[in-house]
Design a protein around this ligand. Structure first.
Ligand code: R5P
Length: 299
């Protein structure tokens, strides 16, 4: 029997109140289904539309990089401070407590070590496993201009097909060969290719000149890749330049976990990304937090 509830309360249909259709404002993501949008909304904070991803996937080709020798000791305590962790499924299963509430973005390509040609990658994880691990995204390296360009693009498009089927965002990582020039012209090409071929968002490097043309001509969000460790102020300046140049966040590794005070550094990066804080003010925050930590250690 329809509506066989025995409540004595009068029904409230609010027939005069139009139903709200909340817009999904993340760049280029308006046409996706609910699962994909929900995963994106967990990764990109809907309040700022931005993300601070912590990249700790280096071991998949570099082994135990400095700062990542013991991820359980150095990285797990930082997880509450990031918006998403970018790691491998091996690290996730072995070291990340399943109680964590933060979204996990999983590295899904790999193959060669630093001893070989890094562009010679294959897909290294099933989409089914990413779903089993409750991932919020997968990351795949695309080597535009390299010997294995076509295969790495195909790795990405294969993951995009599976990602669209299952509601899993795919982050394309624009990798640059040692011999290639890192300039806006190259990144415009690489980012646009990844987006046109279906990447949900793109991780790419910051360039001092014309970075805003890279973000403007890429129809999906761009997150800034970190790179080699540099002084804290320089890293904050780079993140600031990227955010002010239209990036939707950062995916930084060494400049956070190789800092003298990683937990202070990640807060400083957050201030730049989510609060548009200047690099100088973010550095002040870093110093204040670091001083507090040093004081604690001395006790
Ligand atoms: C680069 O795209 C790889 O995924 C790296 O392992 C990592 O994400 C790089 O992080 P960072 O250069 O900030 O240390």
């Amino acid at each position: 029997m329809p509506e066989a509830d025995f409540s004595t309360k009068e029904k409230q249909y609010h027939a005069d109140v139009p139903q709200k259709n909340a817009p999904f404002t993340l760049k280029g993501a308006g046409s996706y289904d609910w699962g994909m949008k929900n995963r994106l909304a967990r990764t990109f904070d809907p309040r700022s539309g931005r993300t601070v991803m912590l990249a700790v996937d280096h071991g998949y080709f570099q082994g135990p990089t400095t700062g990542l020798e013991r991820i359980d000791l150095t990285i797990v305590p930082l997880i509450p401070s990031c918006d998403a962790l970018f790691c491998t499924r091996g690290i996730l299963r072995a070291l990340v407590p399943p109680q964590v509430q933060k979204p996990m973005v999983l590295r899904a390509s790999g193959g060669p070590s630093i001893l070989r040609d890094l562009s010679d990658e294959e897909i290294a994880m099933d989409m089914e496993d990413a779903l089993r691990l409750n991932a919020c995204g997968v990351g795949v390296q695309v080597f535009v201009g390299s010997e294995h360009e076509s295969r790495t693009v195909r790795n990405m498009t294969r993951l995009v097909d599976l990602g669209v089927r299952h509601g899993m965002p795919v982050m394309a990582v624009t990798a640059v060969g040692k011999e290639m020039k890192r300039d806006a012209q190259y990144f415009r090409l690489a980012c646009r290719m990844c987006a046109e071929l279906g990447a949900t968002y793109v991780k790419t490097y910051f360039v001092e000149e014309e970075f805003e043309t890279v973000t403007a001509s890429c129809p999906v969000p761009i997150v800034m890749a970190g790179g080699k460790k540099m002084p804290e102020l320089d890293a904050l300046k780079m993140a600031y330049g990227a955010i002010q140049g239209g990036a939707a966040g950062v995916d930084m590794g060494r400049n956070i976990f190789q800092s003298d005070a990683p937990s202070a550094m990640i807060q400083a990066v957050r201030a730049v990304v989510h609060k548009n804080e200047t690099p100088e003010r973010a550095l002040d925050l870093y110093k204040t937090l670091k001083a507090k930590l040093d004081k604690k250690k001395d006790r």
